[in-house]
Ligand binder design. Structure first.
Ligand SMILES: [Zn+2]
Length: 314
């Protein structure tokens, strides 16, 4: 039985230091190796708070197998309070898995996160929330497309995540137009069952958000036999497979009239864009029926910039 806390330290090609805080629990009895990552986006606080709280409160005698928790994956973004990207090279870590050891700072970071930590796991949970300018309805997106067994385990992570909205993304069909380099999807490509969990938003640290992540961590660990105790599946989750995004029809001030979690119909007004004098210049509308999963909470939008993602019923 052992708990270790360590800061893994590396240097990128320009000599910049990369530090990854990781906690590993090793139980006395055999079990799988779980890997949990938080803080891949350094301003997404509830996942970081929950990961740290789990590490502080987890009792070694309850652990079977191995649990590795990276509490703040993008420590440089966290310390510099930089949303979305690593400030050293301006790249979003969640677009650069599996990384490149000789690439720029973020690519080197994701290389080590994946090759030295995540790839050692039997399954991977990546904890996120809406970033500083994003609002969202709690959801879990799980990766499929590798094998029947891996797909089933990814689905189980989702079903036991505690999230009400579950989205399947199969990388063989392009993951429903998902961007390249996503951490959880990369894990699935390498045969590691994985899912991303999203609860919380806009830099807030509400206890509800933290509890959402804590429930997910403990419940999934119980389901996979890493932690003693009874796991419970979400009773009546909503399942989705297909995304649809809405982009800004103009640059200006965006005043939305919908909220995350809301079901909308095709053609429904999403919001109005005004010019910098307050004159309405464009209307954003949904082009399909579905549930709004997350949307920009910022009123500053650029033409063709992201406004919201909705999911369509499977
Ligand atoms: Zn994130």
């Amino acid at each position: 039985m052992k708990k270790t806390e360590e800061i893994l330290a590396y240097r990128d090609r320009d000599g910049q230091e990369i530090k990854i805080p990781a906690v590993t629990f090793t139980g006395d009895s055999a079990g799988p190796h779980a890997v949990i990552t938080a803080g891949v986006h350094g301003c997404e606080y509830p996942p970081i708070i929950a990961a740290a709280e789990f590490c502080r409160t987890c009792k070694l005698e309850d652990v079977r197998g191995t649990i590795t928790v990276v509490t703040i994956s993008a420590l440089n973004s966290f310390e510099k309070r930089t949303p979305f990207v690593c400030p050293v090279d301006g790249k979003n870590p969640n677009r650069f898995f599996p990384g490149d050891e000789s690439g720029s700072y973020t690519e080197c970071l994701t290389y080590h996160l994946f090759h030295d930590i995540i790839s050692k796991g039997d399954y991977h949970i990546d904890l996120h929330c809406g970033d500083m300018t994003e609002t969202l309805a709690p959801f879990c997106e799980f990766g499929t497309g590798f094998s029947v067994e891996v797909d089933q385990k990814s689905r189980e992570i989702a079903l036991y995540s505690g999230m009400p909205n579950l989205v399947e993304s199969n990388f063989r069909d392009g993951g429903g137009d998902l961007p390249e380099g996503l951490g959880y999807m990369n894990s699935v490509r390498y045969g590691i069952p994985a899912a991303i969990v999203e609860v919380g938003q806009m830099g807030r640290t509400d206890r509800d958000y933290v509890e959402g992540h804590l429930f997910c961590i403990r419940n999934v660990l119980r389901r996979f036999g890493n932690l003693s105790g009874q796991a419970v599946p979400t009773a009546t989750p909503s399942w989705f497979t297909t995304y649809d995004s809405v982009y800004a029809p103009a640059t200006g001030i965006f005043l939305r009239c919908v909220e995350a979690g809301e079901d909308v119909v095709s053609g429904q007004k999403i919001g109005v864009i005004e010019d910098y004098f307050g004159n309405p210049i464009a209307e954003a509308t949904a082009h399909s029926a579905g549930r709004i999963l997350y949307l920009t909470s910022s009123i500053a939008v650029q033409k063709d910039g992201f406004l919201l993602d909705m999911v369509l019923k499977s």
